[in-house]
Design a protein around this ligand. Sequence first.
Ligand SMILES: Cc1ncc(C[n+]2csc(CCO)c2C)c(N)n1
Length: 229
Amino acid sequence: MTFSQQLRQEVDTIWEASFQHPFVKGIADGSLSLKSFRYYVLQDSYYLSHFARVQAFGAAKAPDLHTTARLAVHAQGTAEAELKLHANFSKQLGITEAELAKFKPAPTAYAYTSHLYRAACVGQLGDIIAALLPCYWLYDEIGQRLKGMTPKEPIYQEWIAAYGGEWFHEKVMEQINRIDEIAEKVTESDRERMSELFVISSQYEYSFWDMAYRQEEWPIEKQNSIINS
Ligand SMILES: Cc1ncc(C[n+]2csc(CCO)c2C)c(N)n1
């Protein structure tokens, strides 16, 4: 069994919970409230802007220039293509500049991106790829499962088309192959650490759907700043 196959087996229950989550099912059958989707788009734009930076950390930590170049291309792709998709969603959902200006990350979006930065700052390339991989791979599997579904909400159809396409699948396969190559060269304790990061990211992927579905907030409401009042 390859390392990536072992990882996939390890997170099977966690990923199954994502497949069954009402947010994901609600995109598929159109029953998801647009309020939850709107909340998701805002938090996900924040997530993506940090995801791109962690990819760039990966580029900097890669031991060979070919990998540096590939990860830099992916960082650019996230910064441009993925955020374009979100800018398009924001426009359709009427998300205003003022709303964006006062945006604050929810606890789960903050914790998940912090987890990625932790892998980037403390870890080696393998740790970064392990932490980033569930984001690619889980969305690919969801995209494949939802492909062909035609929810009444056009924006959900666009979301399905973005992640159910061959374009996205190729990017995912590149990262899966990369992690298998790295796993062959590192020690057993490195692989164990990579596996732990992969599992934690998988948990956060589930929590991210749940955060958006429930429109999570910080437990204590902040006082208005005296500077602006
Ligand atoms: C919480 C969250 N997890 C994963 C993705 C999907 N995704 C975002 S960037 C990227 C890499 C290349 O495009 C992938 C797979 C998402 N949008 N939001």
